[in-house]
Write a protein that binds this ligand. Structure first.
Ligand code: PLP
Length: 455
């Protein structure tokens, strides 16, 4: 590890140790003992700063709490891990994590009616309004992950035995949300090119109605799926769903927070996004937005009365279990939000860099793209059976040679050992980084004499 990265972490930890002194002191100030600890810690920090200046240092901290490694992959490498790219925290979010890490830290100024989305300080209530506006729907709630958004919707709309339309590329969490509600998933088969079309969705609905005598309770489709990140016709599918009077849930796990999403224009009754996948927020976090039409159902408030105490908790929302993201997760999500909103306006540049990289990869003979091409997304499934895998056959490290070559050049996040079909995500990389990434792949190909043909 670059010694300065190590020393940055040591400096951060030393500053936390300085902070810790205040957490044990009286509000009136430090006593003599604590002042001495303070001075001693400052000396340590000065030594760290001197090391940072000189680029020297002896690593002292290897683990957190004796067991947990420092995580420095974002500082030391280019990370192309498919699900991590757009969940990297912004600088402001990391500051929020430092400041709001304590348990119920969001609740300092919680006042009647005691609900997370009503808190004004920090500005959680207005954040909820901004989220709804961002997705162009009427109301929004934060949830612990996209999956919890699906769950809130299925729990309120799906009755036992109800069919729910998903796609043949649906995420496992959609299956589970339907299963938990007692529903049954019915998959729309894929059309040529691995896309989900409105026609295929209509046909599936017809089939399900004919076979079961029941109209599906919900249609739930990913705008970009997790396997290929192909684009699916969500607008056409929403229209079809509405022709059968079925509500439509737009799964934006791979879109909300990276590209513009307009719930009304799509015709979505629900928009679900993932904070940790695409909104530069810590896990778990996410968003569920809906219309004024469906809000009373999905955000219904409790009617339960205690039989002994007659207690009621009127304003608490059942599907949210009252409050959802309490603490650093929400505040970090909020801290990232201005940058996230801004970055969605630059999605086309992200796609351009994605296509630049894939173009270079395709120059390495035998490489193929399994996702639609040209790319419309930064997540891509590639097939290197005809290129990098040909080397794995005879290499003593097998497929691991490839991850070895990449990681020794500072590229991480490809599935270790995979040289046939695998996924990568270039989201968030600058031109400088994406060029380095492309050059690295070319360099590894040259090293193993895989032919390269630039178009
Ligand atoms: C990642 C993903 C999910 C799950 O998101 P969480 O926020 O982790 O719950 C759901 N659907 C799709 C298509 C995904 O890619």
């Amino acid at each position: 590890m670059e010694i300065r990265v190590q020393m940055v972490f040591e400096g951060l930890f030393a500053l936390e140790e300085l902070r810790e002194i205040y957490r044990h002191a009286l509000p009136t100030g430090l006593d003599a003992d604590e002042e001495a600890q303070y001075d001693a810690k400052i000396v340590e920090i000065e030594a760290i700063v001197a090391d940072l200046k000189a680029g020297t240092g002896q690593p002292k901290v290897a683990k957190i709490a004796g067991a947990i490694d420092l995580r420095t992959r974002e500082e030391q490498a280019i990370n192309i891990q498919p699900i991590q790219a757009a969940g990297r925290l912004t600088l402001e979010a990391r500051k929020a994590v430092i400041s709001y890490g304590d348990g119920y830290s969001t609740c300092d100024a919680c006042r009647k009616p005691f609900r997370l989305d009503k808190i004004c300080k920090p500005p959680i209530a207005s954040f909820h309004q901004e989220l709804a506006a961002f997705l162009n729907l009427d109301q929004a709630r934060v949830v612990p992950g996209a999956r919890r958004g699906f769950q809130a919707v299925t729990a309120s709309l799906v009755q036992k035995g109800d069919p729910v339309i998903v796609s043949a590329l649906a995420h496992y969490t959609e299956f589970l949300a339907v299963e938990q509600a007692g529903g049954v998933v019915r998959e729309v088969p894929l059309s040529p090119g691995n896309v989900v079309t409105a026609d295929a969705t209509a046909m599936k609905i017809e089939d399900v109605v004919r076979e079961t005598g029941r109209t599906p309770a919900l249609v739930m489709i990913d705008h970009y799926d997790y396997q290929f990140a192909n684009e699916h016709d969500v607008k056409g599918i929403a229209k079809v769903a509405h022709q059968y009077d079925i509500p439509f849930l737009y799964n934006g796990a791979y879109t909300v927070g990276v590209m513009p999403v307009d719930g009304k224009a799509i015709g979505a009754d629900f928009v679900v996004g993932s904070g940790h996948k695409s909104m530069a927020a810590p896990a778990p976090s996410g968003v569920l937005a809906t219309t004024d039409e469906y809000a009373p159902q999905v955000f219904r408030t409790t009617g339960m009365v205690g039989d002994v105490t007659s207690r009621k908790f009127g304003i608490k929302e059942v599907e949210m279990l009252g409050c959802t993201l309490m603490g650093a997760n929400l505040i970090a999500m909020m801290a990232s939000f201005p940058a996230v909103r801004e970055r969605t306006r630059h999605w086309s540049e992200e796609v351009e860099r994605s296509n630049f990289f894939i173009g270079r990869l395709l120059a390495i003979e035998g490489s193929r793209v399994l996702s639609e091409y040209p790319r419309k997304h930064t997540l891509t499934k590639v097939d290197t059976t005809g290129s990098f895998d040909t080397v794995a056959k005879t290499h003593k490290r097998r497929g691991f040679y490839f991850s070895d070559e990449l990681s020794s050049r500072g590229i991480v996040g490809e599935f270790a050992g995979a040289t046939r079909t695998w996924k990568l995500n270039t989201y968030g990389l600058s031109w400088k980084q994406v060029r380095y990434l492309a050059d690295t792949f070319i360099e590894v190909a040259e090293k193993y004499r895989i032919p390269i043909t630039f178009q």
